[in-house]
Write a protein that binds this ligand. Structure first.
Ligand code: THU
Length: 132
């Protein structure tokens, strides 16, 4: 599974996005260490605050299927933006909970180029422990 194939799953998933309020569909695809792919989409709500992003939808789906912290290799995020679509900071924080700091986060743009960032580059100085 290469980054283009993983991004293909994210792009395909975005067709299932429920985004009638923003008209901003997003799809995400996670590559698990066992080779499985778990996808997610943004699911919006009339309350706006009830909206869930694609990345979190994918992660929460995976956790619901029994995947654990450390079971994930990479995540790809696709939208219809001209520029690269970066994950929101709530999703980055949720990625920190389940992915290794070196995990690649693949982003794409309108011309289907792929950019890769490590999670630790997207979230320096992450909050990940309740140390007292
Ligand atoms: N959205 C995502 O799904 N992922 C992100 O990382 C950025 C934002 C969604 C949330 C909302 O449905 C729409 O994009 C506009 O913010």
């Amino acid at each position: 599974m290469n980054e283009n194939q993983l991004m293909g799953y994210a792009r395909e998933a975005l067709g299932n996005s429920y985004s009638p309020y923003s008209n901003f569909p997003v799809g995400a695809a996670i590559l698990c260490k066992d080779g499985n792919i778990i996808t997610g989409v943004n699911v919006e709500n009339a309350s706006f605050g009830g909206t869930n992003c694609a990345e979190r939808s994918a992660i929460f789906t995976a956790v619901g299927k029994g995947y654990k912290k450390g079971d994930f290799l990479a995540i790809a995020v696709a939208g219809k933006t001209k520029g690269f679509l970066p994950p929101c900071c709530i999703c980055r924080q949720v990625m920190v909970e389940f992915f290794e700091p070196d995990a690649p986060v693949y982003l794409t743009n309108g011309t289907q180029e792929i950019q890769v960032h490590s999670l630790k580059d997207l979230v320096p100085l992450s909050f990940d422990k309740l140390d007292i």
